[in-house]
Every structure is written in structure tokens, then in C-alpha cells.
Write a protein that binds this ligand. Structure first.
Ligand SMILES: C[S@@+](CC[C@H](N)C(=O)[O-])C[C@H]1O[C@@H](n2cnc3c(N)ncnc32)[C@H](O)[C@@H]1O
Length: 345
């Protein structure tokens, strides 16, 4: 837990400044299209009437964001005493990578007008700005991503028996936010037989393996790729532990997806580690919230609750979901910094 203990206060500060930064951005944006009063409130219904239907969830989210933080003294103190550039510099000083993520938020919000009047679709805005570099920063290099992978390491270090050689599978491995740390850990523990990196998209794998070869000194023979869609899982009961970081929420039905993973992929008594960014009363992972609210039809996804209010689950919703599956919750850690990890058997 050393990494986590050493960085938790920095993460708290990051959230404070990122929230203040985004508050200013959203307020500026809304001021352009509506006339909020001095308390930052605006007439949501009026804006909704004028805006394209796809923009309604995001507008509702932005209104609730402004409402929530206009009564938060800590945030308001920063908003009213520090200019936007200075706030940005403070974020940069704490974690350069997170400041890049804030630039991504800035660029995404800058395109809101085209989304509001229906000229552009949310997915086009989000993914036109992707550029592999920025997604890697968000999911792999930023301090929050690092906190997430260290939570996973800390959980397995305290709970998994690694005395036998392991076959590990990672679902939705993407840019490899957790992968590098897990592979590194397994080499140190000398416990790896094979690491199966999987994703629904093969592109990520090509980027990942190139990075691995160029920047890390790992032998790559026992790292393999599987193209795997968590909504269409094949039967190959062979993995000792399955890791899923920020991907299980993508399943069209989370409960049945977890049951199928247990039935079809895990060896008897195998373990499943889920890591998810969660929403807490104090913190929101603003970038993920914005992605969710830009993506069309988000509110019609089957299992999400109160989607108009938020894009992420909170910890008790995850516990509730896990409780409804055939898995047993063995251990979990949740941090106030938006990350939670669950070990299931
Ligand atoms: C938010 S990213 C997380 C990436 C990585 N696990 C991390 O935490 O850095 C979600 C990943 O899940 C993948 N994904 C989305 N839907 C999927 C599905 N149905 N089956 C498998 N992977 C999926 C995406 O391609 C993406 O790489």
C-alpha cells in the first residue's frame, strides 16, 4: 500500500483543483448558451427545449454538477480566488498527466455547441480527440490510473495464493493501464505461466506489444493476445485469475456476464478481480462522466440506474450487483479517490 499511502493526499488535491477547473469550464460554457443567475443555476428546461435530444443527459449532468459544487465551500473558495490558468498550473505541478487529461476535457467541452444543436454526435466528438497518446495518459499514466493498478496489486498481494504457476487473463486490457504493473508483479513473484491480454479491439494489442518490446525488459513469449468480447464469451475453463479493470461496466448485462465468466472461463476455485472507477459523494471522475454523457443512448443501456444523474456506479451499487451473481465477494478495497477493487471467487 506504500504507493497509495504516499499519494493519497496528492490525489485529494488533484480532485479539488480538477473539480474547480471543470466547474469554471462548465459555467463558462453554460453562460454562453443560457443565462445562469448568480448562484450558477440556469433554466434547464428551457435549454433542453432548444437543444438536440442527444444533448439532454449531458445538460442535466452539467446542471447537477454546477448545483452540487456551487454549495461546496472548498471548491467555491478555489473557484473564486484562483484564476483558471493558475488552477491548471497547480494540477500540472501535482501530476502532469492529469493536466493533459484536463486539456482533453477542455477540448471535448469546447465542441459542446455542435453537440447541442445536433451537428455532431457525441461519439464523434469523444473519439475524434482520442489519439492513442491521450488515452494512454488517461488510463495508464495519470496518477489516478496508477492508484487503480496499485490497488489491484495490493489486493492480490494480500489475497491470492501464487505458489503454483498461474494462467492469468485480462479482459478489456485496452491501453494496458493495469497490464504492465500486473506483468511486472508476476515476474517478480516468478508465478507466471501465461498472461492472456484480451480486448474486443485488436488495435490496442498492437500498440501494447510494441510498447512492451520497446520500453520494458520483459521476455514476451508468455504474453499472448485473445480477441474477446465480454458479451460473447467462449468456453475454455482454464484461467486461474481473471482481471477486469474498468471494463465490466461495458457488459450489456453485468450480472449474467459475471456468471458466464465464472462458468466458462475460470478454473474451479479461480479468482476474479474487478477494478472500477466509482462515484463517491465527494469525487467524480469528470472525464469518464463526460464521456458517458456524450455517448448517445447511454440512458437506454439496460442495467444502469439513474443514468440521467450519473455515469458511474457507486461502491454500494457494485456490492449489490456482485451479490446477485454466483460469485462470492472475498475482499475489497475502496478509496475515496474514485477507485474500488473487488476480489471474487
Ligand atoms: C475504459 S477502457 C479500460 C482499459 C484498461 N482495462 C484500463 O483500465 O486501462 C475499456 C476497455 O474495454 C474494452 N471493451 C469495451 N467493450 C468491450 C467488450 N464488450 N468486450 C471486451 N472489451 C471491451 C475497450 O476496448 C477498452 O479497451
Amino acid at each position: 500500500m506504500k504507493f497509495i499511502e504516499d499519494n493519497i493526499q496528492q490525489v485529494d488535491k488533484l480532485f479539488l483543483y480538477c473539480t474547480a477547473f471543470v466547474f469554471k469550464k462548465i459555467h463558462e460554457l453554460i453562460t454562453k448558451i443560457a443565462s445562469p443567475n448568480s448562484n450558477h443555476h440556469f433554466d434547464l428546461n428551457l435549454l433542453i427545449q432548444k437543444g438536440h435530444i442527444q444533448s439532454h443527459p449531458l445538460l442535466t449532468f452539467m446542471e447537477s454538477y454546477l448545483n452540487e459544487y456551487s454549495s461546496n465551500l472548498e471548491i467555491q473558495h478555489v473557484v473564486s480566488t484562483i484564476g483558471e490558468k493558475q488552477i491548471f498550473r497547480k494540477i500540472e505541478e501535482i501530476d502532469k498527466h492529469t493536466s493533459e487529461v484536463m486539456l482533453l476535457v477542455n477540448d471535448v467541452l469546447a465542441q459542446f455547441a455542435c453537440f447541442y444543436d445536433g451537428r455532431k454526435k457525441g461519439k464523434d466528438i469523444i473519439f475524434s480527440l482520442s489519439g492513442a497518446k491521450r488515452w494512454k495518459i488517461l488510463f495508464r499514466d495519470s496518477l489516478l490510473a496508477k492508484m487503480n493498478s496499485h490497488l489491484v496489486l495490493s489486493l492480490i498481494d494480500s489475497s491470492l495464493d501464487l505458489s503454483q504457476k498461474q494462467k492469468w487473463l485480462e479482459l478489456g486490457a485496452g491501453v494496458g493501464g493495469t497490464t504492465f504493473d500486473l506483468i511486472n508483479y508476476s515476474y517478480k513473484k516468478k508465478c507466471l505461466e501465461t498472461y492472456y491480454y484480451s480486448d474486443i479491439h485488436e488495435t490496442f494489442w498492437n500498440l501494447f506489444i510494441r510498447d512492451l518490446k520497446n520500453n520494458y525488459n520483459f521476455p514476451c513469449e508468455n504474453i499472448k493476445f485473445l480477441k474477446l468480447n465480454i458479451d460473447d464469451i467462449p468456453c475454455c475453463k482454464q484461467f486461474d485469475t481473471i482481471f477486469a479493470t474498468n471494463v465490466i461496466h461495458c457488459a450489456s448485462n453485468i450480472i449474467s456476464c459475471l456468471n458466464i465468466i465464472k462458468e466458462k472461463l475460470l478454473v474451479t476455485n479461480g479468482s476474479m478481480v474487478i477494478a472500477e472507477t466509482i462515484r463517491t459523494a465527494k469525487y467524480k471522475n469528470i472525464f469518464l462522466e463526460i464521456i458517458y454523457h456524450y455517448v448517445e443512448d447511454y440512458s437506454s443501456l439496460p442495467i444502469h440506474v439513474n443514468t440521467k444523474e450519473r455515469g458511474l456506479y457507486n461502491h454500494s451499487e457494485w456490492l449489490n450487483i456482485i451479490n446477485q451473481t454466483n460469485f462470492k465477494l472475498i475482499n475489497n478495497i475502496q478509496l475515496n479517490s474514485c477507485n474500488a477493487v473487488y476480489l471474487l471467487k
